[in-house]
Ligand binder design. Sequence first.
Ligand code: C2G
Length: 127
Amino acid sequence: MKTIITYGTYDVLHIGHINLLQRARALGDKLIVALSTDEFNLGKHKSALLTYENRKAVLEAIRYVDLVIPEENWEQKITDIQKYNIDAFVMGDDWEGKFDFLEAYCSVIYLPRTDGISSTMIRNDLK
Ligand code: C2G
């Protein structure tokens, strides 16, 4: 059983998120998404349009996602990797290099982002 983990806010889900989740899941047998809580988003200076519960329900409905856990702080990644026996940590390459320190615990993979789409763009279009 190869377990993959990824982290994010996943607000206003779009094809960029789906492309990431689909590719991450294809790298193993199980995909865990650590979803930023509303409180942690404040710490990331990101305000999500949708609440954690709403964003969690949406992710749990996606065929590529096997488990959603809360992301409450920057420091939990090592503990998560050990707790869930993670084989690979996957993020979009806008994070390239930022999590290389996790290579001591599991594979670290950055996947190309999907160009031309972001939750911020969608939110701005809604204004
Ligand atoms: N993403 C993507 N293509 C896009 C937009 C997003 O591949 N057009 C990817 C991001 O690279 C990330 C994931 O989708 O891997 C989720 O994106 P966000 O919800 O914006 O997550 P972020 O704010 O980057 O939070 O501890 C890590 C942070 O929680 C990551």
